[in-house]
Design a protein around this ligand. Sequence first.
Ligand SMILES: [Zn+2]
Length: 363
Amino acid sequence: MVLLLPTDKLSWSQGFPDCSGQKQSPINIITEATLFSPQLQPIHLSGYNLPPSEQLTLKNNGHTVVLRLPATLTMSGSNGQQYQAVQLHLHWGSPAGPGSEHTVDGQRYQAEIHVVHYNTRYDSIFQAMTQPDGLAVLAALLQAGPEKNPSYEHVLEHLEEVSEEGDDTLVAGFNIAGLLPADLSRYFRYNGSLTTPPCYQTVMWTVFNQTVRLSLDQILKLEETLYGDHDKLLENNFRLPQAMHGRRVLASFSVARGPEVPSVPDDGEAAMTPVPDGHAGAAAGRGLGPGGSSPEGTGPETHLGSSFQAGDVLAVLFGVLFAVTALAFLVYVHKQRSHSRRLDSPDKPKVIYTAATTEENAV
Ligand SMILES: [Zn+2]
């Protein structure tokens, strides 16, 4: 979350004591250490689908690009509280490296979106932001993928109009939910802070497990279009992970790991590998999920196999079908891996877990 971004992050705590507090954000989410909490219900959004007649202000504030949101957008935080949206903004890196604020098992993603809300028990965000239960931010990690993301294009196509600090423009309303993952049921939850001064420790963070895909061109546009202080290119506007100081991260789902994860040979890109029980995982759904029935399942005892000849034909058919499915899956995995390799920085740490992704995010 960006409100103000002095150039020297180390000096923040001098003017803003909370910046050196014990509940700071962002953090590195260690999936193995998360606690499954069945109380964390799917995030429910209301009023996010805006008509084109609704004009939204998009502004370059010198630290990020901010889209102001009407008061009609609300979310439920699965804690009985209602939150009202105020604005959304982005954090990004540079062509030389990724720039998400939150990292997952040490992996930094290309960029990150924050949708900032305040608790409606308070009269305004200014009153709420100093209260322990005042703010809620929805965060999603953005990755490069093969397709242009039309939802993000609603914002990105206006970036040139706000290239200089202080510039603003109007954007026609669209479905703001399209900027977030399709799966709002799987997320991480922890208590943290604004990631910029005054670093108030009043934010209930929701970091979605599913990532959102933008094309590489869209990521590059974000990294190379805006200018901030002293006409300097606005890039790498993310804060580094902060110490946990004993905090635990909750998960709305059980983060299964290890050998159950469909394996990808060597340490290659596993970006398309969902957590095993993920119903939204694209890769698993194509080749290994319940949809990919195995030929063993269609034995001669089924009613289709009453005649010997028919059974033979069916066996051959299913055999061919299985082979084609398996081949398509291998080609798909290969393409994803080689594509991802091009996009990754060479020093990317080896990770066991990666956030689930789907191609559907691109449309
Ligand atoms: Zn932010």
